[in-house]
Design a protein around this ligand. Structure first.
Ligand SMILES: NC(=O)c1ccc[n+]([C@@H]2O[C@H](COP(=O)([O-])OP(=O)(O)OC[C@H]3O[C@@H](n4cnc5c(N)ncnc54)[C@H](OP(=O)(O)O)[C@@H]3O)[C@@H](O)[C@H]2O)c1
Length: 246
């Protein structure tokens, strides 16, 4: 169980989309302080309990500096991420690498920098915003599903390393969410009319509800709940569901 009202939170990618909604929801639920980490922190963002912080996941120096500044963090939310577009067999490999460096290696760097901070604060929690894409490859999303599968695997591995150190590790697996990122998915299958994209606010609220209940695997919307049910019934059915997405 994560006690949000006692937490000092750091959210990456906090300037828009799901990250921005998470910051608002943490504040609404009484978090002590929220570090809003972004590549370009907006002037005026640092009001009240919000502290702007510059973090670019592809610039290790910004991550190290953030860990030196935000020494009171007890809840690290790795939300920032980059979409891939293209087909793996013929797209530019630099794009595949960029997505992997951001979503996987960048998140790993954040975790490595902040585990000592969480330990000094006598434990806490790490929340990785992954994606249903971790459960199967969507052909037109390039290196994105592989980067999220790698992040899911990392999440599982460190959970066991960190449990004895009083740090819980949580994975969030949203389906389609109506943000700038989703706008770039141009071939969303209209057959998914029964699953209109969730809003960032809905995902943020469901994520914090689940954290407060102590859930480690968080499926915060109707699409992701259906995907999980398909996966438990037949992993191939889940794979087919993700193929239809693009
Ligand atoms: N939208 C969906 O359908 C969906 C579904 C499942 C999972 N997710 C995941 O949810 C998370 C948030 O996505 P979103 O939908 O809110 O997307 P978004 O609106 O595109 O926002 C992405 C955020 O990540 C930041 N970011 C990208 N590269 C970065 C880097 N190198 N260093 C630091 N920050 C970086 C962006 O910063 P800038 O403003 O500087 O670019 C932005 O704040 C991502 O991890 C995404 O994979 C999204």
């Amino acid at each position: 169980m994560v006690r949000i009202e006692c937490a000092t939170v750091l959210v990456t990618g906090a300037n828009r989309g799901i990250g921005k909604a998470l910051v608002a929801e943490f504040l609404a639920r009484g978090a002590k302080r929220v570090y809003a980490a972004a590549r370009n922190p907006a002037a005026g963002q640092g009001e009240g309990r919000v502290v702007p912080l510059r973090v670019d996941l592809t610039e290790p120096g910004t991550i190290a500096a953030a860990a030196r500044t935000a020494t009171d963090v007890t809840l690290l939310v790795n939300n920032a991420g980059l979409l891939g577009v293209g087909h793996l067999l013929d797209m530019d490999l630099d794009d595949v690498e960029r997505v992997m460096r951001t979503n996987y290696l960048g998140t790993l760097r954040m975790i490595r920098a902040f585990v000592p901070v969480l330990e000094r604060n006598e434990g806490g929690a790490i929340v990785n915003v992954i994606s249903v894409g971790a459960f199967g490859g969507t052909p037109s999303l390039g290196g994105y599903p592989p980067s999220k599968a790698a992040l899911n695997s990392l999440t599982q591995a460190i959970r066991h390393d960190l449990a004895p150190r009083s740090i819980t590790v949580h994975g969030v697996f949203p389906g389609p969410v109506g943000t700038d990122m989703f706008d770039k998915v141009t071939d969303y299958d209209p057959a998914f009319g029964e699953f209109p994209p969730a809003t960032a606010g809905e995902v943020a609220r469901a994520t914090l509800d689940a954290l407060a209940s102590g859930d480690e695997d968080i499926f915060p919307d109707a699409f992701s709940l259906q995907l999980r049910a398909e996966w438990e019934r037949d992993p191939r059915a889940a794979e087919r569901m993700l193929h239809r997405e693009a």
